[in-house]
Design a protein around this ligand. Structure first.
Ligand code: ATP
Length: 203
């Protein structure tokens, strides 16, 4: 059986960086953000349901989700956000499960789920959960580095996410990302070894 490991963490904590390091070491990775993107591209599987639920205004001229319009809507309206998630989350999980079911030579599969603890759908499916943790200041400066969001927008997103303390309490392993990329890599190498032998034992 394929050993399934979840990777989560708050905005800008370093999930993609860590996932890249695990992949370099030989893990298979499944990225739920990428799946969400594919579901909402032109003619993506979620487009018809989004059109039916929210209307044409949220579909761009090329037939993909109008991300800007949708972001504006859900940011200010928790119920609308909930409606969008009700459409997307089951489809994302189904896709992730399908990808995970395909054969692999990798010792284990890492499933990157930014809102793993918020969604509540993944815990039973995954054998082990890792969270990437760093200070809020680092989260903000890193998130600003790789997106066009300003500090207020990032803080607002952080306020909607599970608190750091909760995430680290719920995870099986915590990767601390307040140091250098070399520090990060050292932790990833250690966890990779452990996961590989846990996966071996679970066979
Ligand atoms: P998001 O939640 O926004 O998708 P993320 O959790 O996937 O973000 P990354 O994209 O991995 O985070 O990292 C955010 C930015 O911070 C990237 O530009 C990355 O290169 C940088 N970064 C991550 N960790 C470190 C580190 N230890 N030292 C320096 N830069 C880092």
């Amino acid at each position: 059986m394929n050993y399934l490991v979840g990777l989560t963490g708050g905005i800008g904590s370093g999930k993609s960086t860590v996932a890249g390091m695990f992949a370099e070491l030989g893990a298979r990775t499944i990225d739920t953000d990428l799946i969400a993107h594919q579901l909402t591209k032109a003619d993506g599987e979620a487009i018809d349901a989004i059109r039916a639920c929210f209307g044409e205004h949220y579909i761009a001229a090329d037939g993909s989700l109008d991300r800007g319009a949708m972001r504006k809507l859900v940011f200010a309206n928790p119920e609308e956000k909930q409606r969008l998630e009700t459409i997307l989350h089951p489809l994302i999980l189904a896709q992730a499960r399908q990808q995970a079911a395909s054969p692999t030579d990798a010792p284990y599969t890492l499933v990157v789920v930014p809102l793993l603890f918020e969604s509540g759908r993944y815990r039973d499916w995954l054998q082990r959960i890792i969270t990437v943790d760093c200070s809020e200041e680092a989260q903000i400066s890193r998130a600003m580095q790789r997106s066009s969001l300003d500090e207020a927008a990032i803080r607002a997103i952080m306020a909607q996410q599970v608190r750091r303390s909760e995430r680290t309490k719920l995870a099986d392993e915590v990767i601390h990302n307040d140091g250098s990329l070399d520090d990060l890599k050292l932790q990833v190498v250690g966890i990779h070894r452990r996961l590989s032998s846990m996966a071996d034992e679970s066979d």
